[in-house]
Design a binder for this molecule. Sequence first.
Ligand SMILES: [Zn+2]
Ligand SMILES: [Zn+2]
Length: 390
Amino acid sequence: MALHWALALHGVITVLVVVSFLFGHWPIFQHTFVERIHYFITFGAYDYFLRFVAVVFGARVKNSILRIEYYCCDRPNPILQLLFLGILGGTYYIIAKSSFHYLPGFYVSELHKYISIFAVVGGIILFILTSFSDPGTVNAENVSQYISSYPYDNIIFLEKECPTCNIPKPARSKHCSICDRCVARFDHHCAWMNTCIGERNTRYFLAFLLWHFVICLYGAVILGLILAGQLKEHKIIYILTVYFDIEESFYSLFPHVAQWLLSAHNTQILLIVFLTVIGLLLAGFFVYHAQLCLTNMTTNETFKWQEYLSWRRKLNEAKASTAALKASLQAVSSETKSSGSKCSRLYRKSPLQNETVTKNNIYDKGILRNVLEVLVPLSGRPSFFRGKTL
Ligand SMILES: [Zn+2]
Ligand SMILES: [Zn+2]
């Protein structure tokens, strides 16, 4: 019984930590313990660790750690690229080593040995294309064309100069402090790719996410079919129902089948779980970025709009309070006796409070043109060099 409670507690703590880490910064968790756990995991623990190092080992060791942190997090470096290749290659190696000898199986043909090589090579090609192609670097030669292609909306993008590159900053661009360059239609800096995701490589990035989601799903399905074939070949269901007299229903057989699979094929089970979790994460990222692509938005712009809308709402509230205060002061000073009570006038709503603040994305040209803009970037079109606004 104690073991059950320990397992339940373990599950609750794991869920709490994962949820806090992934979503603790969301406004819904503001001022809750979930936000505090998120802060501790993302910044607090590291901060305490640095203080501990400074006290125990001195400032010199602390500065060395800060230099490593600067190299890993604030400078372009291939650490996560190598990690990605290691995970991809390692997973493929484990699958090949543990499961290829089951091919051909009862439900899967030997062809999948070769399809899986194609799947992995395709993934590496998309990774290389995203990582090493130009994300849309803005320089003195192309800045005027970019300015013509992306007009300023004068809301979240105003005409200004990049103080680092000393060139005008086209709308939708951003200076990436890690890559030290201005990138057109900047989405975000991807540490896994060791580059920015921008105007020219968003298409490869989207293809990369979709491809890896599909190959995770493909791997999980093929491994599942291998296990189903093994159940069939070893006549597990037959043995369980005939020799062990277990009722032939899903609920009766499932625990016994699961027990057999976990004991005889635990590597494949772990691989299926791993591929499913990674596949779901990739699917989530892909859906998020595909939705941005359909509405012609970037991750950078969603943050800018959030900031702008929150600022406008606060400004409207401040204006409404000022207007209401003015009105009530006027009402008191004129001392007019009217039928309405003073209170109702003091607290009446200003028309400004009803003013709705909405997002007006001028770059949204309809689904088809938005998708085309990602697939065929504006800077890759002949009209770009003629300086025409598209
Ligand atoms: Zn710049
Ligand atoms: Zn960058």
